[in-house]
Design a protein around this ligand. Structure first.
Ligand code: NAD
Length: 497
């Protein structure tokens, strides 16, 4: 009998046929279309560096066609009763679940993320659609604010066509996290997925069309960030940009969107601390520390890439951690036994590996890993899970987002120092605190520069809660009503009594 790995490989071969037959195009006004220029780019495999498929590089004409389609479709979609949008979006969720295996396998192949994590991608994505579908009927409801001689009430109205620009780390799930609330709010969308992992965005476009999302409501333009992405952020029909990606790209987008006064929502980089106090449940803390940086190839925005450990337990904790890190299984992303897969692109692999030299130059120790993994000469972007020790917070390995399976351990003496070190970075996305002292946990949580803090927990998402970062980690929040505040205008109506 074929193993799960062999079955996955066979499924991958079958699914890739359509992408090999013809270059991947765009999805505009209800159908897949080729690019209006002949220009293509290669989508490379993280597994062996070979070409997975070729992709049309969207140009100004493609972006304009998509933005214009979104603009045309907007009035009717926004005017549709919320109950009808709810019905359609639940059908999108059904469609995602029906193609869950296809999504998981293509996402793993394209991004290098292990199948053990990607097999949950469709479930999470479907949940994003269901959550916002259920809220669509009430999205327009505002507040009633009576005054002395007047009655004020507020309503919310969909903003217009919006751009959704997403990164390569968990592309399918992340795009649904933006597109679902936009559609529920009554906005129309032009999505520009990352050029390093474009495959599953087309599946989502197809699923939405099959579920009854009308033509022009959800469009997709493939292409390079500096070209298609930039043009989209500058297009006058686009009213807002929901962007997930690097902080520097966020600041470019802000400048690009300034002449047309785009509303922006940014989910950007992070250098998240996990703080382990000496009274913590150390077994649970250790599991969480390992999971939150070495799962998903360390390529998740909320990964805790800085481990701050209290001095008294530092050496013992780091020794136990090192043993665990050395045992992590690196391998083919479609093998269910794999814990860390290949990184998405050779350029990213080289960036991640460059931090080993940087660490040593700055005086830190490469305690585990720090080298390529996999068969020499096979071209895959494999790296050994890496642990840096002997570090302090001013080192580059403690300040810069590496975005790989790489952790920097830093000792601290007391609560005040832990908070000071945790906050001494440009970023402020997430923080994790491990202690049995409830008062201390809450004191530290309140003081952390982070949009989200988890106490005695790994990253645990509950969709109504706000998701987003402070400082260089972002602008705005997603989740629950926070998403509708971005994708909708709030209007106050004042009536004399
Ligand atoms: P990136 O910024 O390089 O690219 C993201 C997207 O922006 C891609 O689609 C790219 O084509 C596009 N782009 C690039 N330049 C552009 C421009 N000038 N105008 C418009 N679009 C442009 O990011 P990445 O390397 O793909 O992703 C990794 C980053 O994403 C990390 O920094 C990570 O922390 C961040 N991220 C953040 C969150 C969060 O929720 N805060 C979630 C996931 C990833």
């Amino acid at each position: 009998m074929a193993s799960v790995f062999e079955t996955n490989l066979a499924t991958a071969e079958r699914l890739l046929t359509r992408f090999r037959d013809r270059p991947l195009g765009h999805f505009i006004d209800g159908r897949e279309v080729p690019g209006q220029s002949e220009r293509l780019f290669d989508n490379l495999s993280p597994i062996d560096g070979g070409i997975i498929n070729r992709v049309h590089a969207g140009n100004a004409a493609d972006v304009d066609a998509a933005a214009t389609a979104a603009q045309r479709a907007f009035p009717a979609w926004a005017a549709l009763p919320g109950t009808e949008r709810k019905r359609i979006l639940h059908r999108v969720a059904d469609g995602i679940l029906a193609r869950a295996e296809e999504i998981a396998v293509l996402e793993s192949l394209d991004s290098g993320q292990p199948i053990r994590f990607m097999s949950k991608a469709a479930e999470r994505a479907a949940e994003n659609f269901r959550f916002f579908a259920d809220r669509a009927p009430d999205a327009a409801n505002g507040l009633s604010l009576p005054a002395r001689d007047h009655l004020n009430f507020t309503v919310r109205q969909a903003l217009g066509p919006v751009a959704v620009i997403t990164p390569w780390n968990t592309p399918f799930m992340l795009s649904t996290w933006k597109i679902a609330p936009a559609l529920a709010a009554g906005c129309t969308v032009v999505h520009k997925p990352a050029e390093w992992s474009p495959l599953t965005a087309m599946l989502l476009a197809e699923i939405m069309a099959e579920a009854g999302v009308p033509a022009g409501v959800a469009n997709l333009v493939n292409g390079l960030g500096e070209e298609a992405g930039k043009l989209l952020t500058e297009h006058p029909a686009i009213k807002a940009v929901a962007f997930v990606g690097e902080s520097t790209t966020g600041s470019h987008i802000m400048a690009q969107g300034a002449p047309t006064l785009k509303r922006v929502h940014f989910e950007l980089g992070g250098k998240n601390p996990v703080i382990v106090f000496d009274d913590a449940d150390l077994d649970r803390a250790l599991d969480a520390v390992v999971f939150m940086i070495y799962s998903l190839n360390g390529q998740r925005c909320t990964s805790s890439s800085r481990l701050l450990v209290q001095s008294g337990i530092h050496d013992a904790f780091v020794e136990r951690l090192a043993e665990r890190v050395a045992r992590i299984r690196v391998g083919h992303p479609l093998d269910p036994a794999t814990e860390v897969g290949p990184l998405v692109h050779e350029r990213h692999l080289n960036k991640v590996l460059s931090y080993c030299a940087i660490a040593q130059d700055d005086g830190a120790t490469v305690k585990v890993g720090g080298v390529r993994a996999g068969e020499p000469g096979t071209g895959g972007n494999y790296v050994r899970p890496t642990l840096f020790t002997g570090a302090h917070n001013r080192m580059r390995i403690a300040q810069e987002e590496i975005f790989g399976p790489v952790l920097t351990a830093i000792p601290f003496n007391d609560e005040a120092e832990a908070v000071a070190v945790a906050n001494d970075v440009a970023y402020g996305l997430a923080g994790y605190v491990w202690t049995r002292d409830v008062s201390r946990a809450n004191r530290v949580a309140l003081k952390l520069d982070a949009g989200m803090v988890w106490i005695n927990s790994e990253n645990n998402r509950h969709l109504p809660t706000p998701f987003g970062g402070m400082k260089a980690s972002g602008i705005g929040r997603d989740g629950g009503d926070y998403s509708f505040d971005f994708y909708m205008e709030t209007k106050n109506i004042c009536v004399a009594l």
